[in-house]
Design a protein around this ligand. Structure first.
Ligand SMILES: [Fe+2]
Length: 468
């Protein structure tokens, strides 16, 4: 297609030639770069000897305008100027519509991203979505989403050390979080240094780079998989690079285009904050559970025979919760409730907790206060109110003969029913001052005698599967 038609469609050019022809009473020709006739008016005009002038738009020669010698040659400049202005307008419209289309593509991509990510705070999910979108934009041999992890180096300070240890130096490495494509297995196992090579360059400049052939680039220090062309886009939050999107070798063998780099950079800047939030959420979550574990050890430490009891109960409880099909988030809260189920025992006198012989009725009553005491401690934390309820009812029995509320059957929260079973099982399978631990099979046999009275038979089935 002659280049002129990119700026002035052929029908419009035809109409223009007709207009010039009628206005100046002459045949008008449009010729290509090599002076071949492309359009003319009248259509049956014979090509005589022509006077021609080149038609240029933005330093680009589109062809020639010609009229027969001896005709209205003085109007040739005017016709050429008018055609040039028309072509210039066409060029503007063309580039504007291209920009509108690109902006539309970028906006729809960001809209799709936000609807796929939702309000979720799961790092794996966010990284998966990014990798899939990048793979859709430019299908490649490999797309990896990598995140920075600070690794401490040097010895840890030791308690009682006479020499003050030097502060630990942190080494930042880029660890693969999600990898898609042919080289995913190799890409997903090897970390990369953030202070060297192409990655080091991206971290220093805080901008995306693309290299057509890394083997011709002195900065390249090797990747854990074969690579020739690569695109590296940093994930930046408040001037700090928290990771990178790496795409290598497009499947069609072409280089990474500017429009693709722009789109992927858009994804990176839209998702970097979500990743950072999710990482912080994980950190807080981890801190909450570590703190709960420390509390549970403190409770268990009151009695050497129950040391580690709460942690074991939490492990069994979460396994049963998952087998029951509770959502992962609920299963996590069950883990927390199980870790803290006996926290109320902090207020139980040690002479009662440690008593080897039979407890007096008043001592039994005191002991039975611990579920409510524990729930009262936990319910002060607004977000943990539901967990407090589960803790409160972990000594209820399925037939309604438990405590503190004599709840029966389905009225007992499911997590409390799970913890009740795990709690009893751990008590039977650990040594006590008055007996040795029962083997697993014997413990389950003993518990089966109370299945349906003490324990919920439905939950018990899943408990059996979980411990076996
Ligand atoms: Fe308890």
């Amino acid at each position: 297609m002659p280049k002129i038609f990119e700026y002035i469609p052929s029908e419009k050019l035809n109409r223009l030639l007709k207009g010039y022809s009628e206005a100046f009473d002459t045949a008008v020709f449009f010729l290509g770069k090599d002076k071949e006739v492309i359009l003319k008016f009248p259509e049956d005009a014979i090509v005589p000897e022509l006077n021609m002038v080149p038609l240029n738009v933005r330093d680009s020669m589109l062809g020639h305008v010609g009229i027969p010698t001896g005709g209205a040659e003085n109007h040739l400049g005017l016709i050429c100027q008018n055609l040039s202005e028309m072509a210039e307008m066409g060029y503007e419209i063309e580039s504007l519509s291209g920009e509108v289309a690109r902006n539309y593509e970028e906006l729809s991509l960001l809209w799709r991203l936000s609807s796929r990510l939702g309000a979720g705070l799961n790092v794996d999910k966010i990284c998966n979505v990014i990798a899939e979108e990048v793979m859709t934009i430019c299908p490649s041999n490999n797309v990896s989403i990598m995140l920075v992890i600070d690794m401490p180096t040097g010895p840890l300070p030791t308690m009682g050390a006479k020499v003050v240890p030097k502060p630990q130096v942190k080494m930042s490495l880029l660890f693969p979080k999600v990898s898609l494509g042919r080289d995913a297995s190799r890409a997903s196992t090897t970390p990369l240094a953030t202070d060297r090579g192409l990655i080091g360059f991206v971290f220093e400049k805080k901008e995306a780079i693309t290299v057509c052939d890394v083997h011709k680039d002195a900065r390249f220090e090797g990747f854990p998989y074969p690579v020739t062309g690569v695109l590296i886009v940093p994930l930046i939050v408040e001037e700090t690079v928290i990771g990178a999107v790496i795409a290598s070798d497009k499947l069609n063998g072409e280089e990474f285009y500017t429009t693709e780099i722009k789109l992927i950079s858009g994804i990176a800047s839209a998702c970097a904050v979500s990743i950072k939030k999710a990482l912080l959420f994980d950190e807080i979550h981890e801190m909450l559970f570590s703190t709960a574990e420390v509390f549970s050890l403190a409770i268990d430490a009151k009695d050497p025979y129950t040391y580690g009891h709460s942690k074991r109960v939490s492990e069994i409880s979460v396994a049963v919760a998952k087998m029951l099909g509770l959502p992962p988030e609920t299963a996590n809260w069950v883990r927390l409730a199980a870790l803290l189920h006996d926290i109320g025992k902090i207020g139980t006198p040690e002479d009662i907790l440690h008593k080897h012989g039979k407890l007096e009725p008043t001592e039994v009553d005191r002991m039975k206060e611990h579920p409510v005491a524990g729930a009262k401690m936990i319910e002060h934390i607004e977000k943990l109110r539901e967990i407090a309820t589960w803790i409160c009812h972990h000594h209820e029995k399925y037939d309604g003969t438990g405590y503190p509320s004599n709840l029966k059957g389905e009225d007992i929260p499911v997590p409390s029913r799970i913890i009740a079973i795990a709690d009893y099982y751990d008590a039977l399978t650990t040594d006590r001052p008055y007996r040795k631990a029962f083997p697993k099979e014997e413990a389950i046999r003993i518990m089966k005698e109370s299945n349906g009275t003490h324990f919920d038979p439905f939950v018990f089935d899943y408990f059996e599967k979980a411990v076996s």
